[in-house]
Write a protein that binds this ligand. Structure first.
Ligand code: NAD
Length: 482
């Protein structure tokens, strides 16, 4: 529905500074009501090669541009994103479903990466080292890696793009973005603002497609692409990693998680409940750092469960554009079925339903926020990312048992715990095999910190100076004969 689209959004792909159509199109629809928002060009592998060629030819001038000028362009882009925060937020709620308050938050969060890396662009530093002989000196340059392909998911349609593209652009790399098929409109709106900001043609490209495999194959095998930065599910990440091996590309992989949220018996239970609500139910449970398993110590188990159930019962479900709604629809029918399957499996194996448990009376893709008690390691929720509004509560007796339960997964993205004793806090923090640990806190994402996982949750980091370094190569120059 055209009236819902902001004026800076052209519903076409963006290659070499041109808005590009295609022979066929695919619909983008609102998950709250199924309404078609726009028909988007369905590009093929040749169009992906064209976008890579555009990026490749924009690269020499972009990397030579003084860092200060790249910084100014990024800063202008940041200011335009902030100036259009409300339109971007509404667009995101339309195509992704998250409540408007969260969409506004995501625009702020996503824009913060552009602001941060506009500043960092000016601070990319090399080194001089003592030479290995009296007549030699060692210089180390930090150079842009080259053309970057950024493949992004639907759950954060804006921030996952800026978290990759802002550091890439700051480092002097042009990018080809392949947004998720469910949420290409936010990506194209960002491209519209990048164009207004004056980013040179070919430096920022967006290729849209309904079936990602063909374009994905080009982005991961074309030798002109020097780095692939992917955020999405672990199975797709593994496939892309394998495809990248043929041309030995640099890769960053932000993959799935299975976050534990541990509540120890000395925790402030009210604070822990608030942290659990934020970490579990944000974006209706569709975030990679979402709590997937609540592990609660036996002697505070019932007290915590009561408080949690009361708060979950207050979460208002509905269309994200309505006031006070904090739980929007899930992204698609398959997501609803997965939550339902995890609940059914747990109940069959002896879990206790505390609240929710079924599709919401609103129908469609709405699901009741759910709490299950007496959940055990044999149930599917213990090992698989639910990616929905289901809080399964496990029980443990001792600290070492909680740590072992928390680490008993192939994932290692985010972990949370609530406790007061400082020795316990240090011990648990050090034992958790995770890339990110939040202590007495339910939200941890910020552009200031390195975001990323260990084990099968990924490779590389985004955010902070580490996120910029991932888009650079070190070049060692040996100067002799001095
Ligand atoms: P997904 O893996 O299905 O898709 C992610 C992106 O990959 C989309 O753009 C999709 O079109 C593309 N894709 C899929 N198959 C492809 C192929 N063969 N070649 C190239 N591209 C392909 O994931 P999703 O369902 O969009 O996102 C949810 C997943 O993402 C969850 O597992 C979540 O944990 C993870 N995630 C991780 C992070 C993180 O930072 N670690 C952040 C957000 C989401």
């Amino acid at each position: 529905m055209a009236s819902t689209l902001p004026d800076f959004l052209t519903p076409k792909a963006y290659i070499a500074g041109q808005w590009r159509d295609a022979a066929s199109h695919f619909p983008v629809s609102n998950p709250a009501n199924g309404e078609v928002l726009a028909e988007i060009p369905d590009l093929d592998a040749d169009a992906a090669r064209e976008a890579i060629a555009a990026a490749e030819s924009a690269w020499p001038a972009w990397r030579r541009l003084p860092a200060k000028q790249r910084a100014t362009l990024l800063r202008t882009w940041f200011e335009l994103i902030i100036a259009h925060q409300e339109q971007l937020a509404r667009l995101m709620t339309f195509e992704q479903g998250k409540p408007l308050v969260e969409s506004r938050g995501e625009v702020g969060y996503g824009a913060a990466f552009v602001e941060y890396y506009a500043e960092e662009a000016k601070r990319i530093a090399g080194e001089t080292l003592p030479g290995h002989g009296a007549d030699k000196r060692i210089l180390v340059f930090r150079e842009p890696v080259g053309v970057v392909a950024a493949i992004t998911p639907w759950n954060f349609p804006l921030a996952m793009i800026t978290r990759k593209c802002a550091p890439a652009l700051a480092a002097g790399c042009p990018v080809v973005v392949k947004p998720a098929e469910a949420t290409p409109l936010t990506a194209l709106a960002l491209a519209g603002l990048a164009e207004r900001a004056g980013l040179p043609a070919g430096v920022f490209n967006v290729v849209t497609a309904s079936r990602p495999a063909a374009i994905g194959e080009v982005l991961t095998t074309d030798p002109r692409v020097r780095k692939v930065s992917f955020t999405g599910s672990t199975p797709v990440g593994k496939r892309l990693l394998a495809q990248c091996a043929g041309s030995v590309k640099k890769v960053s992989m932000e993959l799935g998680g299975n976050a534990p949220f541990i509540v120890f018996d000395d925790a402030d239970l009210d604070a822990a409940v608030e942290g659990a609500i934020a970490s579990k139910f944000r974006n209706s449970g569709q975030t990679c750092v979402c709590t997937n398993r609540l592990l609660v110590q036996a002697n505070v188990y019932d007290a915590f469960l009561d408080k949690l159930a009361k708060r979950v019962g207050q979460l208002r479900v509905g269309n994200g554009l309505e006031d006070d709604v904090v739980q929007g629809p899930l992204i698609n029918a398959a997501a609803v079925s997965k939550v339902e399957a995890h609940i059914g499996d747990a109940l069959d194996k002896g879990a206790r339903l505390i609240c929710g448990g079924a599709r919401h009376a609103l129908g469609g893709r709405f699901f009741q926020p759910t709490v299950l008690a007496d959940v055990t390691a044999e149930m599917r929720v213990a090992g698989e990312e639910t990616f929905g509004p289901l809080a399964p509560v496990f029980r443990f007796e001792h600290d070492e048992e909680a740590i072992a339960m928390a680490n008993a997964t192939e994932f290692g993205l985010a972990a949370y715990f609530y406790a007061r004793d400082y020795r316990r806090i240090w011990h648990v923090m050090e034992q958790l095999e995770y890339g990110m640990v939040a202590v007495n806190e339910g939200l941890l994402s910020t552009e200031l910190a390195p975001f990323g996982g260990v084990k099968e949750s990924g490779l590389g980091r985004e955010g902070s100076r580490h996120g910029l370094e991932d888009f650079t190569e070190l070049k060692y120059v040996c100067v002799g004969g001095l």
